[in-house]
Design a protein around this ligand. Structure first.
Ligand SMILES: NC(=O)C1=CN([C@@H]2O[C@H](COP(=O)(O)OP(=O)(O)OC[C@H]3O[C@@H](n4cnc5c(N)ncnc54)[C@H](OP(=O)(O)O)[C@@H]3O)[C@@H](O)[C@H]2O)C=CC1
Ligand SMILES: CC(C)(CO)C(=O)C(=O)O
Length: 309
């Protein structure tokens, strides 16, 4: 299968490298020092499930340099989605499918705004991975899962990508209710990212203290209320379900937003707690806790603020 990966970072680098190791023809679009390092030494992935090395020739600098692809995997940070979506217009043909593994509930609407809607599958992933240094992606533990599926109706092309992922050793599911799947992850991620980032501690600390545990629950409950008001079929008690799920996680687990905060990187805050607050505002659903989280973290949205700025 011919696969193009837009963004060779934690997510795209990891899953793309697994697919390449599985024998698929994978082209990575990368940029900056990461691209330069990949061109010098290839893309190296350090993973608890076995290290991987992708040859330098697999990387290109521009989306326009991607040849015909069966599946395009979008794995850039959320602020780059609009730009990538516009550039993908020339790459997506009748038999091409685009699947975003990004977080949040806004990304597919952006892609569908630029591309034929039927070409965009919904997608979600569970993994903890990051660019350790240019050319090197680290996959922290053994979790690595993709769920994807078409929006409405069947699509004969789903089976090919499902088989490609499974045969490459990626835990993968095809879903006939992908919107709900994406929202279910969103609810959990909003809770995890809001609490780990504001408290600056991993999930074990958050769930272990009565008040921060209540905050975790309430932040997720607001996301559930917003999703239900938007027509997503989330169970009314889904926040309780996710709180129980949080109790099963390793105590050291944290969110990519908390990691980005600690590194002084830009945050996806406007699409996580900020996104819940904005959607809640539009739908008339109160979201006081997510608004508070978005306010506390706002000064860090574009990286660590300079002292006194
Ligand atoms: N990392 C994780 O553990 C998880 C992340 N996610 C989600 O996946 C998405 C991607 O996250 P992650 O992999 O961590 O992000 P990274 O920052 O690690 O990787 C994104 C890469 O894409 C590059 N990029 C952006 N735009 C372009 C472009 N137009 N052309 C070429 N390269 C481009 C970035 O370059 P530059 O640095 O120059 O901007 C960067 O190297 C996010 O939405 C995130 O929330 C989901 C699950 C887990
Ligand atoms: C919760 C996790 C690690 C699961 O993939 C995630 O998506 C994130 O923190 O961005």
């Amino acid at each position: 299968m011919r696969i193009a990966v837009i963004g060779a970072g934690g997510v795209g680098g990891y899953f793309g490298a697994r697919l390449a190791a599985g024998g698929h023809d994978v082209t990575f679009v990368a940029r900056g020092r990461h691209l330069a390092a990949i061109r010098d030494h290839g893309l190296r992935v350090r993973s608890a499930l076995g290290d991987l090395h992708v040859p330098a020739a697999s990387a290109v600098a521009a989306i326009a340099d991607v040849g015909p692809a069966d599946v395009v995997v979008v794995a850039v940070k959320l602020w780059d989605t609009e730009d990538v979506a516009a550039q993908l217009r020339d790459v997506v043909h009748a038999g091409t499918r685009v699947v975003s593994l990004q977080n949040g509930v806004h990304k597919d609407g952006i892609l569908r705004g630029h591309l034929p809607p039927e070409s965009v599958w919904g997608g979600s992933c569970y993994i903890s991975s990051f660019i350790q240094e240019p050319g090197v992606v680290v996959h922290n533990n053994t979790l690595q899962k993709i769920v994807f599926g078409p929006y409405g109706g069947d699509d004969d092309l789903v089976a090919g990508f499902l088989d490609a992922c499974l045969a490459s050793g990626i835990e993968t599911e095809a879903s006939s209710d992908i919107e709900r799947v994406i929202w279910e992850k969103f609810v959990f991620l909003v809770g995890l990212s809001a609490t780990t980032s504001t408290v600056r501690q991993p999930i074990g600390v958050i769930r272990g203290h009565r008040r921060s545990r209540v905050l975790l629950h309430d932040v997720m409950a607001e996301a559930v209320n917003v999703g239900r008001a938007a027509g997503v079929k989330l169970e009314p008690d889904f926040a309780e379900d996710r709180l129980a799920f949080c109790d099963t996680l390793p105590p050291t687990m944290t969110s990519s937003m908390h990691n980005d905060l600690e590194q002084g990187n830009r945050l996806e805050l406007p699409w996580l707690s900020g996104g819940v607050a904005d959607l809640g505002h539009d739908l008339g659903v109160p979201t006081p806790r997510n608004q508070t989280v978005a306010g506390i973290l706002a000064p860090y949205e574009f990286g660590r603020p300079a002292a006194g700025s």
